[in-house]
Design a protein around this ligand. Sequence first.
Ligand code: BGC
Length: 574
Amino acid sequence: MLWRGGHPVATAPKGTSVTERMGGNDSADQEGWWRNAAIYQIYVRSFADANGDGTGDLEGVRSRLAYLKALGVDAIWYTPWYLSPLADGGYDVADYRAIDPQFGDLGSAERLIAEANELGIRTIIDVVPNHVSNEHEWFQAALAAEPGSPERARFIFHPGKGENGNEIPTNWVSDFQGTTWTRTTNPDGTAGEWYLHLFTPEQPDLNWRNPEVIQEHLDILKFWFDRGAAGIRIDSAALPVKDPTFPEVPADLSTQPHPYVARPELHNIYRGWRMLADSYDPPRVLVGEVWLPDLDEFAKFLRPDEMHTAFNFDFMSRPWDAAQMRTSITHTLNAHEPIGAPATWVLSNHDITRPVTRYGRRDSSFSFLAKRFNTPTDLRLGTRRARAAAMITAALPGVLYVYQGDELGLPEYEDLPQDTIQDPMYFRSMKLAPGRDGCRVPLPWTVENAGNFGFSPATTEVKSWLPQPAGWSEFAVEAQEQDQDSTLNLYRHIIAERKELPDLAHGELTWLDNPQWPEHRVLAFRRGQRFASITNCADQPIALPAGATVRRASDAQPDPTMVAPDTTVWIDLA
Ligand code: BGC
């Protein structure tokens, strides 16, 4: 993750064309399931609570596998489920080989992986190489050991600058705001070395120049691959290696390297992971969270002997604007084309403002720094656009990610009582920014509010770990299953059609332009011979191409020959 710069600006990679190659290469992994999968992201704490303690758990997921099967997803990516003090929602791992007792135990994870597999749903787990929890036994041992000891060499301890080492070693600023160094206290009570944490002080950074750290992660991967995990999502994948001389971040990053972002040494680490993944039958898959503004650098992580895919955050960061979305799609496909890797399409995740809320804002682009309380939004408009955006991403070539609750059209819970917020981003912004909990609210399953809208068993009196807004009955799965036009049913249909329609599954993408359409206000592309997706971002209806038949629309169309504003239609061309 590299969030500080706001939304990344895609730069066009050099010398490539605007076509996406699917299946055009005869190497074995051109056929891999991960090339055009639909992958559902589960934030375990908020998906379904089976034991009634107000926190989601693995048994809760197991009890809802039929729901995921009906949604049609090929795989589930779980945010971290390991033992953790949850200082950053589980991205502070205390033990990779244990499940947090709030979520279950190793047996429940193994059962879940196996049962999902039987339904044809694969499992992707989250690995967080940049840091561990301060409660991890390695870090506890490091604190108890001397400066210069092998225990400390697994982390990044450093003497302070200035007299008595009172000054921080570098002025690197955390993605969560504030400093990245915390000072330790020696056993005799005097001030000691500092340790690096790019995120919170509860997340000490590991030292990736230490072979023990490298080996430990290969063992962790093996541990989970042996238990049937089909792949891993690599958290903050561009950050783990640091410049050992600890320079300041240079003012001009176009001519000088960054001290800790996308260091070249990372590539060999991921090559080692890929070799391990490839040694399994079937091969396991690596998905990187690579948040880089420079698409050429981004693409390096996707070379054939590194990761299989990486999240593409550029599209998600763009406003509701046809020209900007087209630029993003073009640059993304161009960056992936020369290395033969599939693109990924992501509208949100557990860190990002929900699309329904985002697309209803005056500025509908996304950036962490712009997040503030009381930013107005029009949820009716946002919902229309979010449904239309879902159809755009589902029609693009590559991998589709769906974050839990987006298929229900959930809005961000922006009025979350502030005394319930747990996200460290809120605290580290001095409570100016709401943080990320508004998109992490437990899912509503039933119309009745008993047991937190069915998130917990109806018998529980316990409130969910984050409160749900009063009016969430209308979003409940139970309500949406009955309604043919619900967002849930829209998602079910479009995920199914991605697989069923050969043009949509494999066809090349070509842009469609039409002199009758208002310039730069329509996003339209063909896939293969006959399928096309048209999105109207203008405020007037636009005409369908002559002879086209509409097979699906993101919202009801008052005039069957036109596409209404803020709507996507999928059509068969004449
Ligand atoms: C995860 C965040 C997490 C951060 C630190 C991210 O990229 O998605 O939720 O806070 O990494 O681990």
